[in-house]
Design a protein around this ligand. Structure first.
Ligand SMILES: Cc1cc2nc3c(=O)[nH]c(=O)nc-3n(C[C@H](O)[C@H](O)[C@H](O)COP(=O)(O)OP(=O)(O)OC[C@H]3O[C@@H](n4cnc5c(N)ncnc54)[C@H](O)[C@@H]3O)c2cc1C
Length: 500
């Protein structure tokens, strides 16, 4: 008896926002292709993409200070901020295309306008913020950004943060009203509903255990059907490993040369969530501070208004931590199991290099509720312990690889698409800027894996994402057009007015 089941064109592993985005792009570009999805959990968007597992920031560098570094001559480097912002514009355009084409509905269920602010204290930091503001505010992507170091004005912008503040240290903030809060969990579920309506076969409770090349050049995926306890085998011409933190172990199983000498370093997260509606009502914005010395960029503290299940809520964090699991629902053996003969030196080198980070993460895990309250009080001086609970966020698995610039075992904070030379398999590793740039990252997967189709798909991609392949900074009229039309389609324009 043959163990092989039906051959399909595409297999997507994992039902997070990345697979959802790739599947939705492919359904528009090659509607006749057959797609199967295997997800080990019972629903879509339950791991990092879930609304409670990430901060829901539509990352566009409007408030994240780690996207604008200070050069040795004191000038501010805004190149990364421009890149991240332009990538987010791609997401806005694709989501708008899906709404305009009635493929998904009710955008207010996944995206809401919210001011994005940066907040700093101390002379040096205020001077940095002022320089950052000067460097960004003349750029068309950051138009509308305001700066203030006037405590009276700041009290109008962020009353909850300014109330009870006794320090005489200088304080300053920037504010831009065109920021967004994105419910990536809701978006993921909507996209999978859409894919289901287009006859994509979505298999929940199906855990992928192995991936092997067949003699005829296909990929064979071994799947455990959790409900029936049966093992199934499926083959496909193309496989995308969108397993979030679970992608690295699956990539290693493929044995492709590109999977070697790569490791993963898991960073866990916690948020504090406000349970007092009166406090929630006193704040409106996403306010990003500066990372503490020695802290990794993903642990920049921020106070966020969130919209989850049509309810306004307030989150503070994340508090980073160390856990050996690669997924929130993963195993304590994930990290150890990912150490292979081909990456052991890379991993050991990272271990030696990143001692201070490991120490920092362990210290963070040990923080008591009172210690976390102290950090929160740097944002909300009058915060009361009884108003705040803890929620466990998702796991981020940072990529470790050997680089020319920094040598063996270098920790990467971005996302990486790793694909085989023939483009028949690709995996997404890393987690930042994350879900906000899913469309950009999945377009990269298409470019790497389907170069032979890109000419034929070009017109359709341009119809869906008009700025694809173009710089928006160099095309301010197009930027204006895109910002106006996407704000209208996604319902951001009216709400911006309603909340102001
Ligand atoms: C604390 C935190 C804060 C964040 N904040 C933001 C933010 O503000 N803005 C932003 O844009 N991004 C943010 N991110 C990043 C963002 O959440 C992720 O980049 C994004 O959700 C990743 O999507 P994904 O589809 O790759 O992974 P996931 O959503 O994790 O999905 C992967 C899926 O694969 C499944 N899976 C794994 N292994 C297997 C297997 N063997 N077989 C079958 N299924 C499998 C998992 O169950 C899961 O459902 C944050 C992340 C964290 C952890």
């Amino acid at each position: 008896m043959s163990k092989i089941q039906k051959e399909t064109d595409v297999i997507l592993i994992g039902a997070g926002v990345m697979s959802a985005t790739l599947g939705s792009l492919l359904k528009e570009l090659a509607p006749e292709w057959e797609i199967k999805v295997f997800e080990k959990l019972a629903n879509a968007g339950e791991e990092s993409s879930n609304e409670w597992n990430n901060a829901g920031t539509g990352h566009s560098a409007l408030c994240e200070l780690n996207y604008t570094s200070e050069k040795s001559d004191g000038a501010i480097d805004i190149s990364k901020a421009i890149k991240v912002n332009e990538q987010f514009q791609l997401s806005r355009q694709f989501w708008s295309y899906l709404v305009n084409s009635n493929l998904i509905r009710n955008p207010q269920d996944f995206i809401m306008p919210i001011p994005h602010m940066s907040l700093v204290q101390g002379e040096e930091n205020v001077s940095f913020l002022k320089k950052r503001f000067k460097a960004l505010s003349n750029n068309p992507l950051f138009q509308g950004m305001e700066f203030s170091d006037d405590p009276v004005e700041l009290k109008e912008w962020i009353p909850l943060i300014m109330e009870g503040r006794t320090s005489s240290e200088p304080i300053a903030a920037t504010k831009i009203d065109s920021g967004t809060d994105v419910n990536f969990g809701a978006l993921t579920r909507m996209l999978f509903d859409h894919l289901k309506s287009k006859n994509v076969e979505i298999n929940y409770q199906h855990s992928v255990k192995d991936i092997k090349r067949t003699s005829d050049g296909l990929w064979e995926v071994k799947v455990h059907d959790i409900d029936s306890s049966k093992i199934e085998y499926h083959t496909a011409k193309f496989v995308f490993i969108g397993g979030g933190g679970g992608s690295l172990p699956l990539l290693q199983k493929t044995g492709i040369p590109e999977s070697k000498h790569i490791g993963g370093f898991p960073v866990s997260g916690l948020f504090m969530v406000c349970n007092n509606p009166e406090v929630v009502e006193q704040h409106h914005g996403k306010v990003y501070g500066k990372a503490k010395v020695g802290a990794p960029p993903m642990s920049v503290p921020h106070l966020d208004t969130r919209y989850i299940d049509n309810k306004k809520t307030l989150l503070f964090g994340p508090f980073a931590g160390f856990s050996p699991k690669f997924l929130k629902t993963g195993s304590n053996f994930d990290l150890l199991g990912s150490v292979k003969p081909n990456n052991v030196i890379t991993m050991l080198a990272a271990g030696a290099k990143e001692m201070p980070l490991t120490k920092y993460l362990i210290q963070q895990v040990m923080l008591s509720h009172e210690k976390r309250m102290e950090e929160l009080r740097e944002f909300i001086p009058n915060a009361k312990k009884e108003d705040w609970d803890i929620v466990v966020a998702g796991q981020r698995v940072q990529v470790i690889k050997d680089t020319e610039a920094s040598g063996k075992g270098t920790l990467q904070f971005g996302t990486e698409v790793v694909s085989s030379g023939d483009g028949s398999i690709a995996a997404l590793l890393g987690a930042s800027p994350g879900a906000s740039t899913a469309v950009h990252v999945m377009l990269e997967v298409l470019e790497k894996c389907f170069p032979q189709h890109m000419m034929e798909w070009g017109l359709k991609i341009k119809e869906m994402i008009p700025s694809y392949g173009m710089s928006l900074v160099e095309n301010p009229e197009l930027l204006q057009e895109i910002q106006t039309s996407t704000a209208q389609t996604l319902g951001l324009a009216e709400k911006e007015l309603a909340y102001s």
